[in-house]
Write a protein that binds this ligand. Structure first.
Ligand SMILES: *[C@@H]1O[C@H](CO)[C@@H](O)[C@H](O)[C@H]1NC(C)=O
Ligand SMILES: *[C@@H]1O[C@H](CO)[C@@H](O)[C@H](O)[C@H]1NC(C)=O
Ligand SMILES: *[C@@H]1O[C@H](CO)[C@@H](O)[C@H](O)[C@H]1NC(C)=O
Ligand SMILES: *[C@@H]1O[C@H](CO)[C@@H](O)[C@H](O)[C@H]1NC(C)=O
Ligand SMILES: *[C@@H]1O[C@H](CO)[C@@H](O)[C@H](O)[C@H]1NC(C)=O
Length: 348
């Protein structure tokens, strides 16, 4: 019995004298200023969040109570947050989150080079490591063309340096023809998209056109971009551009056409021409020119009135309106010509 009684005594003694606190509770990501296994009543401890962690608004200091307990611990240490990074002009930032120790990476769009670090970490002080990088446009060196050559170029933007997507325009010294693309673009790899060539181009002696002629023609070959002009025989009408130009292909650009006049295919009739009544047999013996119109008189028998139908001369062709009737000798003696009849009312 004795040893048991001793144990009971020892326990009761302990309970009476237990005016101490055990080790205070651990707080995740926090350290404590005084670390021991037993604390006296009234002794104070202070928690500090580890680097990279910040306290919530819970209490950081606790005092060992006379009951031998610590007050309820309300402290939380939360990871530090870094501000949202960016934006990165002409590039992008890849990030999963912005907590302590997470990292972000930077990249640039095609045609832009990253200047600075590719990655950055969120540091304990809530700042991103390193300096923020930049995306700088690729530059293209001036195109390599001989200084006193026949090819030259112009920058379309002011400044000495050509950047990604800038363009330049090439020119050849006349009469050289530029073969290739006259504009070049600075590409993502720092080279120019294409560089054209200058070539001597000649066109053969131009040939004439039907019912027309070349004005002031000299029988010779012509250089690129020289031009000749054309005319038409009397009563023919020029259709198209008056000039033809020697092109890069060594061919002449499309020449004009001379369009022919039309005879009016009736022996006798009165028609409207430029708003006036004309006798075909007297006034329009030569016909009309390409593109002109004449109006023929047609008769409406039921209403005994007359109306007009226009016909146009198209390169020597003129089609009579179906309603037009050429009058025989007899009818001209006994009947009124439709051009003298009263006009029909406006046709519906
Ligand atoms: C162009 O470059 C020359 C030297 O290469 C420099 O002296 C000049 O200031 C530059 N001009 C501009 C507009 O940057
Ligand atoms: C000429 O090059 C530019 C780019 O510099 C391109 O956009 C254009 O389509 C090219 N033209 C031809 C006719 O190939
Ligand atoms: C071609 O000639 C015309 C004048 O006839 C001129 O305005 C034009 O700039 C020339 N074109 C080229 C590419 O030399
Ligand atoms: C230009 O001339 C060449 C021959 O030199 C010919 O093959 C080509 O079809 C011509 N092109 C045109 C648009 O007429
Ligand atoms: C003109 O008439 C000719 C036949 O004389 C024909 O070959 C041609 O196609 C006609 N043109 C028009 C525009 O009707």
């Amino acid at each position: 019995m004795f040893p048991l009684a001793l144990v009971a005594f020892a326990l009761s003694h302990c309970a009476l004298a237990a005016r101490v606190c055990p080790r205070p509770p651990e707080v995740l990501f926090a350290t404590i200023n005084v670390d021991k296994s037993v604390y006296d009543v009234g002794e104070e401890v202070e928690y500090t969040c580890r680097p990279g962690f910040v306290p919530n608004n819970g209490q950081r200091k606790y005092t060992c109570l006379p009951t031998g307990r610590w007050p309820l611990n309300t402290l939380l240490c939360l990871p530090q947050r870094c501000p949202r990074p960016g934006p990165l002009q002409n590039g992008k930032i890849e990030s999963i989150d912005s907590h302590y120790q997470s990292s972000i990476s930077f990249s640039c769009e095609p045609g832009y080079n990253l200047v600075g670090t590719r990655t950055s970490q969120c540091m304990a002080d809530g700042k991103w490591s390193g300096t923020f990088p930049q995306c700088q446009a690729v530059t293209c060196a001036p195109p390599s063309i001989p200084k006193f050559g026949v090819l030259s170029y112009r920058r379309l933007k002011p400044g000495n340096v050509s950047h990604f997507l800038d363009t330049i325009v090439f020119e050849c010294v006349p009469p050289m023809a530029l073969i290739g693309n006259e504009t070049a673009t600075c590409m993502a790899d720092g080279s120019w998209s294409s560089i054209p060539e200058c070539k001597v181009v000649t066109c053969p002696t131009p040939t004439g056109i039907e019912n027309g002629f070349i004005e002031f023609a000299v029988r010779r070959t012509y250089h690129y971009n020289e031009s000749v002009s054309f005319g038409c025989q009397p009563s023919y009408v020029l259709d198209g551009h008056k000039h033809s130009r020697c092109e890069k292909t060594g061919n002449w650009s499309t020449k004009p056409t001379c369009r022919g006049p039309c005879k009016i295919p009736v022996k006798k009739a009165v028609v409207l021409y430029n708003g006036e009544k004309k006798r075909v047999q007297n006034d329009l013996k030569e016909g009309i020119q390409h593109g002109e119109t004449v109006s023929f008189f047609c008769k409406n028998k039921e209403k005994s009135c007359a109306y007009t139908v226009a016909a146009q001369c198209v390169d020597g062709n003129l089609t009579l309106p179906a309603c037009f009737k050429e009058r025989g000798f007899f009818s001209t003696l006994v009947k009124k010509d439709p051009s003298d009849m009263k006009p029909c009312e406006e046709q519906a």
